[in-house]
Ligand binder design. Structure first.
Ligand code: SF4
Length: 364
């Protein structure tokens, strides 16, 4: 089990971001923010897909004017994404955004950043300080020679100190890079030096296939170090597609498991059952299941149930049949056409047992 880095706890709308709370999944709309209804529809699809905080870019007053409408329809926090124009940050705070993401490096003069921070402090709005290599301060570039992880971290720490100086405590930081080793190093360094929660992501990760792999490598490595309090998977696709990838990264790192994990063998020449079909059916039937349970689906009994001793429930295929086991112990043999039903029944039994245990634990 990964031990999370201790952070301060930052309320953002109804969510609290920090080490004492689950790592949250967020994403960003890609509709035109002036399109009030189109953006609202996309927000709804994202939330339906599991997005727990939605970020929308606010580049102009027309977009800012839509914030109260979107917010009135949302059950998750609304985050305004601001670049260059500090007036838009002020407008978003005024319009009721739960969090405003600014990149102080492209906001301009310190006085403008201060104005935004003071408005956020007065209104209780959380601030995400986003740092990236493209907008690093000149003196840090000169000192470090290039936007190195150390330079990015120094920049982030400097912005955090400034925000705290202004009296803003609800701060989250992101240090993003499209380079996986650089992102891992920068987040690790920041994590060692600060108690501010981190939003973690690999920017411009790419198309859904490569982007998912790149995000898993980068975000996964950072999460396994106990760092990261919210994550975003950035894919060149509809944002709804990012959520399953994000939850799978959380699941396979063991950082947050809110659905079953299906462990399946790659199959080989020994196989005597249609494993792909079985795995597909199990996955489909458990699509809405929220039980954190490990299900092992193996093509044969070469290594038997022993190989999947860690699994809560599993099947090892044979000729037209399967050996059903729980926690490494064989329960019974089932016909191939009954394997899926048998697994689902056992999972329902595990769910009932865990519910009974939870009730017993709560009993005086
Ligand atoms: S579990 Fe059996 S079928 Fe699956 S890969 Fe291993 S040896 Fe092959």
């Amino acid at each position: 089990m990964v031990k999370r880095r201790p952070t301060i706890q930052v309320p953002v709308g109804d969510l609290v971001i920090g080490s004492e709370h689950p790592v949250r999944v967020q994403s960003m709309t890609n509709t035109d923010s002036r399109d009030r209804d189109g953006t609202a529809a996309q927000i709804a699809r994202m939330v339906e897909a599991g997005c727990e905080a939605v970020r929308v870019t606010i580049p102009d007053p027309e977009s800012a004017a839509n914030i109260p409408f979107w917010r009135s329809k949302m059950e998750v926090p609304f985050i305004a994404d601001i670049h260059f124009n500090h007036m838009m940050a002020l407008a978003a705070i005024e319009a009721g955004a739960d969090k405003v993401r600014i990149n102080p490096g492209n906001i301009g003069k310190e006085a403008k950043v201060r104005e935004v921070l003071e408005a956020a402090r007065r209104k209780g709005t959380a601030i995400r300080i986003g740092v990236n290599s493209g907008s690093l301060e000149k003196d840090l570039l000169e000192k470090h020679g290039w936007p190195s992880p150390e330079a990015l971290v120094e920049s982030a720490l400097r912005h955090v100190a400034f925000a705290r100086d202004v009296g803003v405590e609800k701060i989250i930081v992101s240090i993003k890079s499209t380079d996986v080793p650089a992102a891992v190093e920068a987040n690790t360094l920041f994590g060692e030096q600060s108690d501010v929660p981190l939003h973690v992501g690999i920017t411009e990760a790419g198309d859904p296939t490569y982007g998912a792999v790149k995000s898993a490598a980068g975000i996964g490595a950072i999460l396994l170090r106990g760092i990261g309090d919210t994550i975003r998977v950035s894919l060149t696709s509809d944002p709804e597609e990012e959520m399953p990838v994000a939850y799978d990264i959380l699941k396979c790192t063991g950082v947050r498991v809110i659905s079953p994990e299906i462990i399946a063998c790659p199959t080989c020449g020994r196989i005597d059952i249609d494993l792909e079909k079985i795995v597909g059916e199990v996955k489909q039937r458990l699509a809405r299941c929220t039980l954190p349970v490990k299900i092992s689906v193996l093509g044969c009994a070469v290594n038997g149930p022993g190989e999947a001793r860690e699994a809560d429930i599993g099947i090892a295929g044979g000729a037209g049949e399967g050996l059903l086991f729980r926690k490494g112990k064989t329960i019974r043999k089932v016909r191939e056409d009954q394997i899926v039903d048998a697994l689902i029944e056992e999972i329902a039994a595990i769910e009932a047992e865990r519910a009974a245990e939870a009730v017993a634990e709560q009993a005086p």
